[in-house]
Design a binder for this molecule. Sequence first.
Ligand code: UDP
Ligand code: MG
Length: 321
Amino acid sequence: MNKLLSIIVPCYNEEEVLPIFMEAVTKVRDGLRNLPDAPCDTELLFVDDGSSDQSLEILKSFHRADSTVRYISFSRNFGKEAAILAGLKNIKGDYAVLMDADMQHPPELLLAMYKELISSKCDSVAMYRDDRKKEGFFRRHFSSLFFKLLNKMSKLNIVNGATDFRMMKRIMVNAVLSMPETNRFSKGIFNWVGFNTKWLPFETGERPVGRSKWSTGKLISYSFDALLSFSEVPLKICSWMGLIFCFIAFMIGIFHFIKTLIFGDPVAGFPTLYLMLLLIGGLILLFLGITGQYLARIYLEIKQRPVYIVKETESDTDKGE
Ligand code: UDP
Ligand code: MG
């Protein structure tokens, strides 16, 4: 029997691009089925991340036309990370691949990724962007700084330009699913679980229609989440700075003690005094803030809220609801 590859596609308001994507991916599915030495069956699992446009209706019509096209629809927008988790949890395949619906992860690359995955000894084939020049100045520099910082501050080692476009064997999917955290940074999780990953460069396609759902603000807060969920370095910096300031205070104390013994005690140095007060006060607030960020995340994790809520799946369409 042929192996089964599950193609997971998170979608958020992608009504315009879905038909284009479907056409392209159908060709690739035929190609995979007809591979001479290792033909492979595929299933498509779309995760509708609470779209407010016609995306869900389109997905339903896909399923009616072809039962190997499945979908899960969320009760609201939970974010791409939640959609990835829902996808991985609900597939049946021996292999899984994650890809965007907007054609920026070119579907025809699936063939090359699949061949690489089954012929080499790796457990996963991941794609990194080789075309950062296409991005805006701010985004390009911000994201390469982010990857450098993240790799320095955590045990992760993520390739610059890494994307979520990745094909995995079942064993790795299960490992990813065994990570219970609700605040999920998938690029970090894929790295953390280990296994052999083969990195291949690719050029992101142009989005034919629609626009990116990531604003600059969203990107920055995503980066903070990633950093705080994989690194304790900010906390260590707080402790070290605390220690250094205590040491400086101690030395200044000794200095003044000796100075008073020798020269007496004329009242001077008010500016220094209030500057130090301001500086130390500021630092204390900053460090409390950093500690608070971790605390907030512990709070959210401990509540054990579900990462997403499913409103309907293709089985509802089958039942005719
Ligand atoms: N996406 C999603 N939920 C969101 C935002 C995006 O499922 O809250 C999906 C989106 O439909 C697309 C993929 O994630 O298939 C990548 O999104 P986008 O193209 O907006 O991001 P970019 O390519 O700019 O990183
Ligand atoms: Mg995109």
